[in-house]
Design a protein around this ligand. Structure first.
Ligand SMILES: Nc1nc2c(ncn2[C@@H]2O[C@H](COP(=O)(O)OP(=O)(O)O)[C@@H](O)[C@H]2O)c(=O)[nH]1
Ligand SMILES: [Mg+2]
Length: 343
């Protein structure tokens, strides 16, 4: 799971990368992509560790990718954005401090994304048309027609400023579009990078676009706070009448915005979280661990972590009939602990 930080130069991407991952990006590599992993916090692991005393605790992680800043004159941005095609979701960093022009920047970014995506779509349309002129088998001809129609839909969506979403497409069209890896169809989150002395984080809601989750953080302040001792930090926050941001909550929001969630497995060997797409099934969960588990899936045994923690042992949970047997199509819930039976 790769999540790209994207925005104009100086918007705070590299600082955000450092705050999230604990690693400082190398300024000498600022023209290319740099990535590091962020572990997804799981507060229930503390209690689960007391129950299982596992040899190992493993957290699922997401890869955060710092990217070269876009240019405000828009030159070369399509190429820079092209580097983000391989990511699964975007965190779009918008600065709101003195001297910044957030509304202008938000409009410019949307334009840049449309230009970058149109380039892909129009190129592909040209190729498809060329191929279709050649003598090709009938079913190939039909496939090219479908692709062309899909591309035309995407083009119209981009040009009207309303990029086509998956739910407006048939399954086959969705499969085709995924192959184009358009930036406008990736899950997106807005990260407002506020001034250090900002106290009213609610005012930033006005920058939100529909369906795009928004988080406001003073990234520079958070980095500064991390370099202080606990007592200095408390005194500083008190004096400035500020409060620190809950980084774990921000990471959870990022995970959620990227369309992913975690589930757990637990035993004496290992207590562990795994990633699956939100609303994934028991079969998806099995596949996340090993393809053999999905292939030979018989059933899943599901325990709610909260039940296990409350009752203190697997035996007690079983005695209360709280271990459920679930089929392939069971939809995974937050806090589910899975045990798979497979052949
Ligand atoms: N004026 C001002 N500058 C800030 C504030 N917060 C961050 N910055 C600056 O914004 C820049 C962000 O840098 P960086 O993370 O490298 O941005 P990137 O180009 O997106 O990677 C740094 O120069 C910070 O000092 C603020 O509240 N006010
Ligand atoms: Mg940078």
């Amino acid at each position: 799971m790769k999540i790209g930080l994207v925005g104009y130069k100086g918007s705070g991407k590299s600082m955000l990368f450092q705050w999230l991952t604990g690693q400082k990006p190398d300024p000498a590599m600022a023209h290319s992509l740099q990535s590091a992993t962020v572990l997804i916090p799981e507060p229930r692991f503390q209690a689960l560790s007391e129950i299982y005393k596992p040899k190992k605790i493993t957290y699922a992680g997401i890869e955060i990718v710092d990217t070269p800043g876009l240019s405000r004159d828009q030159n070369g941005n399509a190429t820079r954005l092209g580097q983000l095609r391989e990511t699964d979701a975007l965190i779009w960093v918008v600065p709101v401090f003195e001297g910044s022009e957030p509304f202008k920047e938000i409009a410019a970014f949307n334009d840049d994304v449309v230009i970058a995506d149109l380039e892909i779509v129009l190129n592909r349309m040209e190729k498809v048309q060329e191929q279709n002129k050649r003598p090709v088998p009938k079913n190939e001809h039909e496939r090219l027609e479908i692709e062309y129609e899909t591309l035309k839909l995407l083009q119209e969506g981009l040009e009207s400023g309303k990029p086509i979403k998956d739910d407006q497409l048939t399954q086959e069209q969705q499969r085709l579009t995924r192959g184009f890896r358009l930036l406008s169809s990736k899950p997106r989150m807005l990260m407002i990078n506020t001034a250090d002395d900002e106290t009213d984080l609610n005012q930033y809601k006005k920058y939100a676009e529909s369906d795009v989750p928004l988080v406001a953080v003073s990234v520079r302040l958070e980095l500064e706070l991390e370099s202080m001792s606990a007592t200095d930090k408390d005194a500083f926050l008190d004096e400035m009448q500020l409060s620190a941001t809950d980084k774990n909550l921000v990471i959870k929001t990022i995970l959620d915005a990227s369309g992913q969630m975690t589930f757990m497995t637990a035993g004496e060997k290992e207590v562990r979280t795994w990633l699956i797409p939100k609303n994934g099934t028991a079969l998806d969960a099995a596949a996340a661990i090993h393809s053999d588990m999905a292939k030979g899936f018989i059933r899943a045994e599901v325990t709610k972590a909260d039940d296990l923690i409350r009752l203190g042992s697997e035996r007690a949970v079983k005695a209360e009939n709280l271990v459920r047997r679930e089929p392939k199509d069971y939809i995974v819930n937050d806090g589910d602990i899975f045990l798979f039976h497979f052949s």
